[in-house]
Design a binder for this molecule. Structure first.
Ligand SMILES: Nc1ncnc2c1ncn2[C@@H]1O[C@H](COP(=O)(O)OP(=O)(O)OP(=O)(O)O)[C@@H](O)[C@H]1O
Ligand SMILES: [Mg+2]
Length: 354
């Protein structure tokens, strides 16, 4: 193929990533065969309850925990977080307080981040730091102050400025607004939205809070026990979810309108979330599903497939109630094709075998 016509590689492509930990109860598979792709400038929200593996996915991407297997490509090339090009991916953590060195003033914190990327003289450095502070809604004078002299929201702005100092293409925000009050959360989300627009930043936005994720994401991926179980355009996931787990998450997230909130039917799951050290066989979710699903069926794997254009879901009698999708699951089951590959909207998913 002529190179000019070759399809452009996505900014980030994670394929079949697995991350596990040694724990007292045995080995925990925290990230189980996760594949995602993110175009330049796009935001993918990752949502799921505590312990489903969101942070492990982010940490493996940044090289902060080793991966068992899987491939991570940035613009089509193997991504190596420790190298200079690793600066292209920056992370913002939940607790800015813990991630900012209390002994350094803000100017020194930002200067260190700028110098990791380029050699600059003192005068130019001061100008760059002032511009970074202004970009996140703070003032040049703030460079002389120390982290403890700022509120939680301001500290998160500083953490974002530090990430921007590296001129990244991708920002990984792991519960970046979870520790903040609701009004401050909204300010930081607005800031991130503005930066995305102005800097063309792509974002992996991780949160357990669907209400937060929906307001910033182009697409949403829902994780359950280490696996992505549904992924699609944000509006589609919120308004036409297919997976019972996504429906349960939506039904549990509060609505601003009290009348609508009272009218809403809550979808309750059976039992407690299973331990990742001892996950149930087959479809992890079917065992807790509100859909009736006998154990011998729950023990069969699901089929991760494109159910609607660009909308992927784990199809299984315990996860979806759409007859056409279930017929697809049954056909694939008969051909033993279930779980052949879990992929996402990057176009690499094999077409459904009819
Ligand atoms: N360093 C570690 N050693 C052992 N187990 C770990 C370690 N880090 C995470 N885990 C386990 O891996 C699983 C996934 O954890 P992870 O922190 O990725 O979840 P999470 O989705 O980010 O949760 P939260 O919403 O609470 O932040 C959990 O069962 C957790 O207990
Ligand atoms: Mg986490």
């Amino acid at each position: 193929m002529n190179e000019a016509h070759a399809p452009k590689a996505p900014l980030l492509e994670i394929s079949e990533l697995r991350v596990s930990y040694e724990a007292a109860k045995g080995r925990i598979l925290a990230v189980d065969n996760v594949s995602i792709a993110l175009p330049e400038g796009a935001t993918l929200g990752i949502v799921g309850e505590s312990g489903c593996g969101k942070s492990s996915l982010a940490r493996a991407l940044l090289g902060l925990v080793p991966r068992d297997s899987g491939e991570i490509l940035l613009r089509g090339k193997n991504f190596q977080p420790g190298r200079a090009e690793g600066l292209d991916v920056q992370m913002v953590f939940q607790s800015p307080h813990a991630s900012l060195d209390p002994a350094m003033n803000i100017g020194a914190i930002l200067a260190e981040a700028v110098r990791a990327r380029v050699r600059v003289g003192r005068k130019e450095l001061a100008g760059t730091c002032a511009a970074l502070l202004e970009k996140v809604g703070l003032y040049a004078e703030d460079a002389l102050r120390y982290p403890h002299q700022f509120s939680g929201g301001q500290q998160q702005r500083i953490a974002i400025a530090r990430a921007l100092a590296a001129k990244p293409s991708l920002l990984v925000a792991d519960e970046a607004v979870s520790a903040l009050d609701v009004s401050v959360q909204a300010q930081i989300l607005n800031l991130l939205r503005r930066l995305r627009r102005e800097e063309g930043l792509a974002m992996l936005f991780i949160s357990h809070d669907l209400n937060v994720v929906r307001h910033i994401s182009d697409r949403i991926a829902v994780m359950y026990l280490g696996r992505i179980v549904e992924e699609g355009p944000a509006d589609e996931i919120m308004e036409r979810p297919l997976h019972q787990y996504t429906k349960a998450l939506i039904s549990a997230s509060p609505l601003p309108n009290p009348v609508a909130q009272r009218a809403r039917r809550r979808i309750l799951l059976r039992g407690e979330p299973p331990s990742p050290a001892n996950p149930p066989p087959g479809c992890h979710f079917a065992w807790r599903s509100p859909l009736s699903c006998p154990a011998e069926i729950a023990a069969l794997p699901g089929l991760y497939a494109e159910a609607r254009p660009g909308h992927y879901v784990e199809i299984h009698p315990g996860t979806v109630d759409d007859e056409h999708l279930l017929a697809m699951w049954k056909r694939n089951r008969e051909k033993s094709l279930l779980w052949a590959k879990r992929s996402s909207f990057d176009g690499t998913i094999p077409k459904q075998q009819e």
